[in-house]
Design a protein around this ligand. Structure first.
Ligand code: SF4
Ligand code: SF4
Length: 499
């Protein structure tokens, strides 16, 4: 492998320096609340219920009863401060409530008041406070300024996971009728149509036919984009952004070329036409289960033998960590293959075995860096070996392009900075937060652009790609700078003709 993954970087990025404090700077930044129809479609109350305080505390009690980690996270913080400057939103905004420990305390203080003897007895002296309308507003504001990226937990000596606390808070709010429009509307679309975008089967079929034509025109090779093919070996579950948005669709073309060249029969499903599972962002197991079950039903109906996921960070986390619990057992699939598999692992394996051949010259002039997506980096793996989530994409890139440069080590791997749009925050009304939250990543990117003439940044997550194409122009970079991992493969793969 000729990737330069260990270059010495001496420039002080300044990204670890705490920002100037700007108390309440982001107190007015919050997402649109869900409309009654969005909430009710998911079984939540349409609007804030009358006795919301009592119901919220009861829900908190239920979560504490069912989740030992949540109680441990709320009990074990020693206020050491190690996480305080590790959040990209704190770096970008300077708002102290975006320090992970402060974000946790929004929930912890209420937990102490209602669920600990000391909190009940000493109130504010014990860091406890009752749940009132101001607190609820603070929850809605600042728990929607957490992308659930888990970077802070890497630095916490007790492994306290702010993402879990943020999910619990959102679950409590949904249970009393205070949902977030963006997430709840999208989950409703998946239940109704099968994907986040509300793309109906006929439109999907039309899109895939168009892609076949495009690839044929481009390469002269008849690469198929099959839909609802019974008896195919592989069912590909991919984020719906892959069907049309740039640069996502270039990734989908790359997957199709890999399947074509490897001789693997595969299909997409019009019923399970979405890899994303936004229910994780709102902490709803029931909704996660419902979405995941669409995949099970599609796999059974089509009679496939393998389940493969396309490029999507949080979808891969749900698949890798929870799919068996949510929608298993998968005993009807081919036992030789792990369930699920990631397209990157399949491509990597084919490269290693000589099953596909890549020509770096096809990407001549590109110097590429990689943005490790949070949910791939910190919440899953891609292959059999620990750390494969870092090596596999780098080795695919190294095989596809002439030059690869890693960003500063404090900003990649398990310390990767979030793109700023994860966790259900990829919505226009939060654009100010998204731009500010992207600052640490943009700083690290600037360094490799300045020092190493990096031309492109790869992402293997639909949310990262959407966020960067929208936000990086604010930092002076063109949206075309963001490329899909399989876009590089697509350009460099040597295709055999069908004849
Ligand atoms: S999980 Fe990520 S976004 Fe949330 S507080 Fe921690 S670092 Fe910030
Ligand atoms: S690093 Fe962990 S223990 Fe220290 S303040 Fe943050 S959450 Fe608390």
């Amino acid at each position: 492998m000729d990737a330069r993954t260990d270059i010495a970087l001496t420039t002080d990025l300044g990204i670890e320096a705490p920002p100037d404090l700007a108390p309440d700077a982001m107190s007015a930044c919050r997402p649109f609340p869900a409309q009654p129809a969005h909430n009710e479609a998911l079984g939540f109350p349409g609007a804030l219920v009358e006795d919301w305080q009592d119901q919220a505390i009861a829900k908190m009690g239920e979560l504490l009863e069912n989740s030992r980690p949540l109680r441990v996270f709320l009990d074990s913080c020693v206020k050491c401060g190690a996480c305080a400057d590790k959040c990209h939103y704190f770096h970008g905004t300077g708002d102290p409530k975006n320090m992970p420990v402060a974000r946790q305390d929004l929930l912890r203080s209420v937990y102490r008041y209602y669920f600990t003897p000391l909190g009940r007895l000493l109130g504010r002296w014990a860091g406890a406070r009752p749940l009132d309308a101001d607190v609820l507003e603070e929850w809605f504001t600042y728990f929607h300024q957490c992308s659930q990226c888990r970077r802070c937990s890497v630095f916490c000596p007790y492994g306290i996971d702010t993402a879990e606390i943020s999910m619990a808070a959102r679950e409590i709010m949904n249970s009393v009728g205070l949902g977030q429009k963006y997430c709840n509307e999208i989950i409703g679309k998946v239940h109704k149509v099968g994907n986040n975008l509300g793309l109906p089967p006929a439109a999907l079929e039309n899109t895939l036919e168009g892609l076949e034509e495009d690839v044929r025109d481009d390469t002269g090779v008849d690469v198929k984009f099959p839909l609802d093919v019974k008896g195919a070996e592989v069912l590909l579950i991919t984020p719906s952004a892959d069907f049309f948005a740039e640069p996502h669709v270039d990734g989908l073309i790359g997957y199709a070329k890999v399947f074509h060249q490897a001789g693997l029969s595969w299909t997409l499903s019009s019923y399970a036409s979405e890899a994303g599972n936004f229910a994780m962002f709102i902490g709803s197991y029931e909704q996660m289960h419902k979405i995941a079950n669409r995949i099970r039903k599609a796999a059974l109906d089509l009679g496939v033998k393998r389940l493969v996921f396309g490029e999507c960070g949080h979808a891969w986390r749900v698949a890798y960590s929870f799919l068996n619990t949510l929608a298993g057992p998968w005993d009807f699939l081919d036992p030789r293959y792990p369930v699920p598999q990631n397209i990157a692992a399949i491509t990597h394996d084919l490269i290693q075995r000589g099953g596909i051949r890549l020509d770096k010259d096809a990407n001549a002039g590109m110097t590429v860096t990689l943005h490790d997506s949070c949910n791939v980096a910190r919440a899953s793996c891609l292959g059999d070996r620990p750390g494969d989530q870092f090596t596999i994409p780098r080795e695919i890139i190294a095989a596809s392009v002439p030059a690869f440069v890693d960003m500063h080590p404090d900003t990649i791997g398990d310390k990767t900075f979030c793109c700023g749009g994860g966790g259900g925050l990829l919505t226009d009304e939060l654009i100010d937060l998204r731009v500010k939250g992207c600052k640490p990543r943009a700083n690290a990117l600037k360094q490799v652009v300045d020092d190493h003439k990096v031309t492109h940044m790869v992402a293997m997550c639909a949310i990262c790609k959407s966020q960067f194409t929208k936000v990086l122009p604010q930092f002076g970079y063109p949206m075309e700078m963001i490329v899909s991992l399989h876009q590089l493969v697509s350009r460099s793969i040597r295709l055999a003709t069908n004849a």
